[in-house]
Design a binder for this molecule. Structure first.
Ligand SMILES: [Fe+2]
Length: 121
């Protein structure tokens, strides 16, 4: 949740208008379909749902790390966020995104661990 809040805050600070279709309705539609697919996988075989999530988290981790690599100026840009007290204080925007990427790795590992557990605990 903090990842989304921080990114929304960064977008708002940038002050750039974004087309609603591309940056709201399309992502919301994809998220809706993804949720339904994940739910159906969970009903049929929970390990499929955890695998799907692990792959999604892996993709997210790599995308965040690619963004950091493609934006070397982020290493000298301060991370200032109203969510810093809850999410963490970092020396730079790049470090904040590295933490977000690391969080995605942890999410992936959690999903992979759950794949081996029984359906109900
Ligand atoms: Fe995640």
């Amino acid at each position: 949740m903090f990842h989304l809040l921080i990114i929304e805050e960064l977008i708002a600070k940038a002050g750039r208008r974004q087309p609603q279709i591309k940056f709201f309705w399309l992502p919301q539609s994809i998220a809706f379909v993804y949720y339904q697919l994940s739910w159906l996988h969970f009903v049929l075989n929970p390990s499929w749902s955890y695998r799907l999530n692990a792959d999604f988290e892996d993709h997210a981790e790599h995308e965040y790390m690619t963004m950091v690599a493609e934006n070397p100026d982020w290493d000298s840009e301060p991370f200032e966020s109203s969510f810093a007290d809850d999410f963490g204080h970092f020396d730079s925007l790049a470090d904040a995104f590295r933490q977000i990427g690391h969080d995605e790795r942890v999410h992936k590992l959690e999903s992979e661990a759950l794949m081996t557990k029984p359906r109900f605990r």
